[in-house]
Design a protein around this ligand. Structure first.
Ligand code: THU
Length: 161
């Protein structure tokens, strides 16, 4: 018998430490929150993707009275990018959230379904997707989706006997 562990490594930046290379993507994620359709939760989430071809793709949460029919910001953006640029890997995703007239202080992290979709995209292109999680007081950066979903069900699982 042996015990195994997974370790998640991430970097915390304070507002005055944010590397310049993240600023544009964070600003787009923040802008995206303002276009969310979140009348039920009043929690507006924005996502911005940086594609390997340099394009920036935005998305936000789209809610519905029949709540399971709604979708998170991350999947709105990722599915759009994968549908329109099927051959272009995603390099990074920034995520921001706005509620009660302000951006949240501490970052949110993608829900389980979004992690699953992001991980499949990471695996599909064989290219790590950096996660930039924005909060007004601190920003977290993880270098790959695998860090958020280490014990995953993926395409390899389907081939196991
Ligand atoms: N939501 C996102 O869009 N992304 C996340 O990472 C977490 C949650 C949305 C779903 C729902 O519209 C609202 O936030 C409240 O859960």
């Amino acid at each position: 018998m042996r015990k195994l562990t997974y370790e998640t490594v991430f970097t915390e930046y304070l507002p005055d430490e944010i590397p310049a290379e993240y600023v544009e993507l964070i600003e787009e994620a923040k802008r995206q929150t303002q276009k969310a359709y979140a009348i039920y939760s009043n929690f507006q989430v924005g996502a911005a993707l940086l594609l390997e071809n340099g394009k920036i793709i935005g998305g936000n949460n789209q809610e519905n009275a029949a709540s399971p029919s709604g979708i998170c910001a991350e999947r709105t953006a990722v599915f759009y990018a994968n549908s329109q640029y099927p051959d272009v890997p995603i390099k990074a995703i920034a995520i921001a959230a706005y509620t009660n007239s302000d951006f949240i202080s501490s970052p949110i992290s993608p829900c389980g379904s979004c992690r699953q979709v992001l991980l499949e995209t990471e695996n599909r292109y064989g290219k790590d997707i950096q996660l930039i999680l924005y909060g007004k007081k601190r920003i977290y950066v993880l270098n790959k989706v695998r860090q958020l979903l280490p014990f995953s069900f993926d395409g390899n699982s389907l081939e196991r006997k």
